[in-house]
Design a protein. Sequence first.
Length: 147
Amino acid sequence: MGLFKGSADSAQTENNGGISSIIGKGMTVVGDLTFSGKVRIDGNIEGNITGDYLILSQDGNITGDIEAATVVCHGQIDGNLRIAKLYLKKSGVINGRLDTSDLSVESGGVLNGEIRSHAATQEVGLNQITASPEKEIHPPSLPHAIS
C-alpha cells in the first residue's frame, strides 16, 4: 500500500468492461447519486455521489462530495473525496479535500487542496507551522575574504 504509486495498475483502471451505467456527454444530473458496480460519467453531476467504482471521463464534471471504493478521474471534480483508491489521470483536476489510502497521479494531473492518507499517523498542515516570536534566528556569519 502506498500513497503515491506509478502506473502499474493503469491497464486495470482503463478497463471499461462491466460498466453498469453511463451518464452521457451533454447530460446533467442534479441530485445525489448512489450506485453499486461500475459507473462512467461523461456528463455533469451536481450532487453527492456514493458508489463502488467511478470513471469520470475527460468531458465529465462533478460538483459535490464523493465516497467510493475506486475513482478514475480524467475530468474535473469540485468537492471533498473519501476514496480507497484514486487514479488521477493527466487531464484530471480535483479541487477539494482528499481522504485516501492509495493515490496514483499521472504527470499533468492537478490536485488543489488537502490530502490525507489513511496510513498517515499525523497530519501536518501549513497553518500549523508558526514562527516563535521569543527566539530570533540569525543566519551564520560568513568568513570575511582576505585580500
